[in-house]
Design a protein around this ligand. Structure first.
Ligand code: 5GP
Length: 204
């Protein structure tokens, strides 16, 4: 299995993959990295992502990782292994029979589906008052998904340790919104701009 570099070297590798394999869609708004991150998954690469989050949040107590289905799940699982196998909970986007009973609910808007509104659900069984919760997701755009996750952590009386994001698009307002709430956001790659015409992704 290929070994990935740690720390800053790994971030350079991530940026290189984004530049080389990323495809820009939706009038310069959506970046597709589904060859390695969120459709086909390069698991060894996700493992390195998990370790990078561990480095960023070194010294922080993390009792639980919370993410949102579907793209966040694989990344959160690899981060959980790096955090000594803490439990992972993912917020569901549909209230199926499997999640009947007592749930926390929060509204969000889908970035990739034209601001379509939806609710996210987390069973009260899996988030407890006083826990320290690390949020993980693949992308940060407008901050709606993270805002809903933060709301659910607060509903539970738990505490947000921070948010680990693989790719933050800094030309969209999510980073400012979430940091404005006093939440520490650690993004591995930050994209300042991208162009569908030229296919160029500019990483900070
Ligand atoms: P936000 O709620 O911050 O507007 O968007 C974050 C969510 O939308 C993430 O959970 C992610 O799955 C999805 N998302 C946002 N921007 C992108 C993007 O450029 N590419 C992909 N593949 N997903 C995105």
């Amino acid at each position: 299995m290929r070994k990935f570099q740690e720390g800053a070297f790994f971030v350079e590798e991530l940026k290189q993959r984004i530049r080389q394999e990323g495809k820009i869609r939706g009038r310069n708004e959506v970046l597709k990295v589904d060859g390695f991150l969120n459709h086909q998954m390069d698991v060894a690469f996700l493992q390195a992502i998990g370790q990078a989050f561990r480095q960023r949040f070194a010294g922080c107590q993390v009792d639980r990782i919370l993410t949102i289905e579907a793209s966040g799940i694989g990344i959160a699982c690899m981060a959980a292994l790096a955090f000594d196998n803490v439990p992972v909970v993912f917020a569901k986007k549909n209230k199926t029979k499997n999640i009947a009973g007592d749930v926390y609910i929060s509204p969000a808007e889908s970035f990739t589906q034209g601001k379509r509104p939806y609710n996210i659900f987390v069973s009260k069984e899996f988030l407890k008052a006083g826990e320290k919760v690390l949020l993980i997701d693949d992308f940060l755009a407008n901050g709606s998904a993270l805002s809903a996750l933060i709301d659910i952590v607060h509903q539970a009386g738990a505490e947000v340790v921070g948010a680990g994001i693989v790719i933050e698009k800094t030309f969209q307002p999510g980073g400012e919104l979430i940091r404005g709430k006093g939440v520490r956001v650690e993004s591995l790659a930050r994209i300042a701009s991208m162009s569908e015409e030229t296919g160029v992704v500019f990483c900070e």
